[in-house]
Each structure stands twice: as C-alpha cells, then as structure tokens.
Design a protein around this ligand. Structure first.
Ligand SMILES: [Cu+2]
Length: 162
C-alpha cells in the first residue's frame, strides 16, 4: 500500500497540468480483473473518495490500452444479474463511491493487447466539471480480489481491512 500511495503521488506530481482541482479526490486500490486473451471486455475497480467541499460527478474514462471505457453498473433484475451503462456517478462531498465486483465498475472494452496479472493499466477518469484524474491500476487474477463479493475471506493480506 505504501508503494501504491507513492506511485499515485508521483503520478500527480508529474502531471502538473492546469486542471488539478481534482487533486482532492483520492483513489484507493485500483485494479483490473485479468481475463482470458479472447475476452473483449475487462472490468476495472477502485474506491474514489471526495474529501473536498464540492460534489464531483464521474462521467467516464479512457485508457490507452483499450478502445473504449464505459461506466457500468451490475444490477439484479428479476433474479438475474445484468449490466447497464451509467452516464454518470455522483460523489458527494465527504463521501466515496466503490467500484467493486457485483456493482459499479469501469467496463474496459476492446483490449489492444493481452494483459497479465501485475501488468499496469493507465486509466484517466473524467469528471463533469472537465477535470481528469490519472490512475494506475494493477491487473489481478479474479482470485486476487480483496473485498469482492465472490471471495470468502481466506486470502491473507498484510494491510488490514478498513
Ligand atoms: Cu460492465
């Protein structure tokens, strides 16, 4: 986790662009689920906190490794799990949104190359106010989920649960 924070901080220092009002947003634990090479979509997950005083609205994302990125939500409809696109997701001041298996996620569409566990995926989050936030996600096997609905808690990680 220390290493992750360090790289996030470095990332924002390198990107000293004019539009940095979104610096107040904090992204935690960004990861992309590994998929078989034939898969045309992969899901991206993370937690985004807004410690600022203004609501932020996530409206999309891009990645150089994928043709397109959409904002999706998995919902239960008549007993079946379905995905639907979301045009935006609001993050209220002092609140957070969780992109996690079984709920909100980034749908990464059309991979330009196969990705393997531990690969890094650069993703740029886009907000309604025109600001952008660069994120580096790590590719993990599905079994590498830390807090997903499909794990049973038997995985041990050095940094405690919050
Ligand atoms: Cu999806």
């Amino acid at each position: 986790m220390k290493r992750l924070l360090a790289s996030l901080l470095m990332g924002s220092a390198l990107l000293a662009s004019p539009v940095m009002a979104e610096e107040s947003l904090r992204v935690q634990d960004p990861w992309v689920r590994a998929a078989p090479p034939v898969a045309q979509t992969q899901a991206g997950y993370m937690t985004i906190r807004n410690p600022g005083s203004k609501e932020k609205s996530l409206v999309g994302a891009t990645s150089p490794l994928f043709s397109k990125v959409e904002l999706h939500e998995t919902i239960q409809h008549e007993g079946k799990s379905q995905m639907r696109a979301r045009p935006s997701v609001a993050i209220k001041p002092g609140a957070k949104i969780e992109l996690a298996p079984g709920g909100l996620h980034l749908m990464l569409i059309g991979p330009h190359k196969p990705l393997h566990p531990n690969d890094k995926v650069h993703i740029t989050l886009k907000f309604a106010d025109g600001s952008e936030l660069p994120v580096t996600a790590e590719v993990r096997a599905a079994s590498g989920e830390k807090s997903g609905a499909q794990t049973d808690g038997q995985h041990q990680h050095g940094h405690g649960q919050h």
